[in-house]
Design a protein around this ligand. Sequence first.
Ligand SMILES: NC(=O)c1ccc[n+]([C@@H]2O[C@H](COP(=O)([O-])OP(=O)(O)OC[C@H]3O[C@@H](n4cnc5c(N)ncnc54)[C@H](O)[C@@H]3O)[C@@H](O)[C@H]2O)c1
Length: 441
Amino acid sequence: MKTNIEPAEGKLGILIPGLGAVATTLIAGVEAVKKGISKPIGSLTQMSSIRLGKRTDNRYPKIKDFVPLADLNDIVFGGWDVYADNVYQAASNAKVLDQHLLDAVKEPLEAIVPMKAAFDHNYVKNLTGTHIKEFTTRYDLAQQVIADIENFKEKHNLNRVVLVWCGSTEIYFEESEIHQNLANFEQALQNNDERIAPSMIYAYAALKLGIPFANGAPNLTVDIPALVELSKLTNTPIAGKDFKTGQTLMKTILAPGLTARALGVKGWFSTNILGNRDGWVLDDPDNFKTKEVSKLSVLEEIFQPEINPELYGDMYHKVRINYYPPRGDNKESWDNIDIFGWLGYEMQIKINFLCRDSILAAPIVLDLALFMDLAKRADMSGIQEWLSFYLKSPQTAPGLKPEHDIFKQLIKLQNTLRHMMGEDLITHLGLDYYQELVESM
Ligand SMILES: NC(=O)c1ccc[n+]([C@@H]2O[C@H](COP(=O)([O-])OP(=O)(O)OC[C@H]3O[C@@H](n4cnc5c(N)ncnc54)[C@H](O)[C@@H]3O)[C@@H](O)[C@H]2O)c1
């Protein structure tokens, strides 16, 4: 496959609907890394190594030296928001990063001014921004977003573009007939059908142009048959949903360990306090429902109670998010896990994670953008399940259960990179190190 990957020549535009806490933390961070004043901790594309060949080969290149990724110096950021603040102002308001760090990268941040958003207040009731496009139909709105992307590409002389949704979580709804195929979807755009969410407008615009689209929120967005169809038609990678940070990250690290040791779980109670704009949006029950569904699915898939009823058949799982302004972006979460072991004896695990949401999310956005761009150059289209590692609610082919175990997700991601580069896949079998054993079999 290696010969098929186009080199990462020229500039890559990363366009982001939603220039809030996560997006501005990413952009400021990349600028700080470029200046040499910070390190991109938490980003696999920048920091991690990958093993190649046998353990005895001692080949552990950095991922960025192994696969042809865009260089940070070749990235140009842009985006849309319902508030007109430039990225410096928005990052200052978000209060994730220290002001002195933001001041050190003020110039490039101030230069990024959001384009007017494709927005519908019914989808995010707690937002009052007015930096919004006017439109007659949703088809017209999609054409405006297409024009935005094309103009941005031309203005900055970009070779390639990717879109990553970092906008607010939209209200919960289920797909209907207009989402089932592209013809219905395009007709619904013309009819200005309100069942087409704003995030779908951005996704449609990107895919029409053959531009990869990843979704960092739990909204349906590209996870509908119509847009999967469009992604195949225009040979474009898609991925979603919902960045895996904080409490869910911990769940997908811990739960595989419990199930690996065949320990039972009776209950898992998770609660959070969060005071940023995301927390305010999620204070609306319709928006929280979207998040809740995404967060709840994780444990079911890892424990598989239908296969392991004695261990997980009666598990009670509850997730709460409470809006609590004093904490800002510094979310605090508590998990109480009631487990049982040998002969049914009960034990408890308590986790109290004082996390920084956007600090965990920013490197995910960077990696998703760089890997989606790589996938496009490697001629991979449709759902990129190998990027499940980054997502709470990974999009998969119809009928295929998502893999939530973070360690399996990492193996999948690394093996995909090895496969792309024509390296042997690593199975971790290891019998070949014990030749006499293999010969005796
Ligand atoms: N921070 C995390 O750890 C994390 C984890 C998983 C998912 N997410 C999701 O990522 C998204 C961003 O999180 P955040 O903390 O940056 O939130 P935020 O509220 O700070 O930023 C979201 C921004 O999106 C804008 N927006 C809303 N609708 C829009 C539209 N239609 N077009 C353009 N802009 C729009 C809002 O004005 C806001 O500025 C949220 O959906 C959140 O649920 C965040």
